[in-house]
Design a protein around this ligand. Structure first.
Ligand code: DGL
Length: 262
């Protein structure tokens, strides 16, 4: 069986993580599952998110993943640390990478994190930051509307600009010099958010740090790929629809999407 770095999200957001993984670890083949049939995770109860995430991680493990990347903050905030006891491959998530990147980026120790309502409700970022560095003050902002727009392929125009301007207002009021993109759908809005916030706020995408951590774990566990083989993209929803979106965000290199029966 071919072996993969398994990656999943509720939809297109995790493709931003795939982009970083391919930049840093170009020889690693990716198996990506979009749980499109159950999108969005951001408004679902924790138990449902845990159930879906666990089923997908087990599926990835059974189909050749030797490490799993939870490319979804909402799922990461729900399943860690317990998930590692249920599966035998290493599982890495977004939140610890997010707080680490924010701590490295901030100069005034005031950080905002923008996530889904589910992630904000569980306060995973606040707790992780208080463990890593209690001198950093953090505010949590949330928007499911922005997630839904990105999932629908809308990354510019009136609606998305209005929602983003509104939700980002507290960033300057709080005096944050750093904004963490605490949902993997948001890196596709980086340029828009930069134009709203101006140059005094640094926008941090946790995917970069996460891709670095994945490399370390693969190296440390002697799990690096020996031969390259093609990436695979799967969805629990409509394959044609996901192919169009994956091409929009990752380009023509995605040329087929399979069904994941999970
Ligand atoms: N992209 C996901 C995240 O990072 C979840 C979006 C959703 O399904 O609501 O939280």
């Amino acid at each position: 069986m071919d072996s993969y770095v398994g990656v999943f999200d509720s939809g297109v957001g995790g493709l931003a993580v795939v982009r970083e993984l391919k930049n840093r670890l170009p020889r690693e083949a990716i198996m990506y599952v979009a749980d499109s049939r159950f999108f969005p995770y951001g408004t679902k109860p924790r138990e449902q998110v845990i159930e879906r995430a666990t089923a997908i991680i087990e599926y990835l493990e059974q189909h050749g993943a030797r490490i799993v990347v939870v490319a979804c903050n909402t799922a990461s905030s729900a399943i860690f640390p317990d998930i590692q006891q249920r599966v035998s491959v290493p599982v890495l998530g977004m939140i610890s990478a997010g707080v680490k990147s924010a701590q490295l980026a901030t100069r005034n120790n005031r950080v905002a994190v923008l996530s889904t309502p589910g992630t904000a409700r569980r306060h995973g970022y606040l707790r992780a930051m208080s463990l890593l560095d209690p001198t950093v003050d953090m505010i949590e902002l949330q928007s499911q509307e922005l997630v839904n727009l990105v999932e629908a392929g809308t990354i510019d125009g009136r609606d998305v600009t209005d929602y983003a301007s509104d939700v980002l207002k507290p960033v300057h009021e709080f005096g944050a010099d750093t904004l963490v993109l605490g949902c993997t759908h948001f890196p596709f809005l980086t340029r828009l958010m930069e134009s709203i916030l101006g140059s005094s706020v640094k926008i941090v995408d946790p995917s970069k740090e996460l891709a670095y951590e994945v490399g370390l774990v693969l190296e440390g566990c002697r799990l690096r790929a020996l031969t390259g083989h093609p990436d695979r993209f799967l969805t629990t929803g409509d394959t044609g629809d996901f192919l169009d979106k994956a091409r929009l965000f990752l380009g023509d290199y995605v040329n087929s999407v399979e069904v994941a029966d999970i």
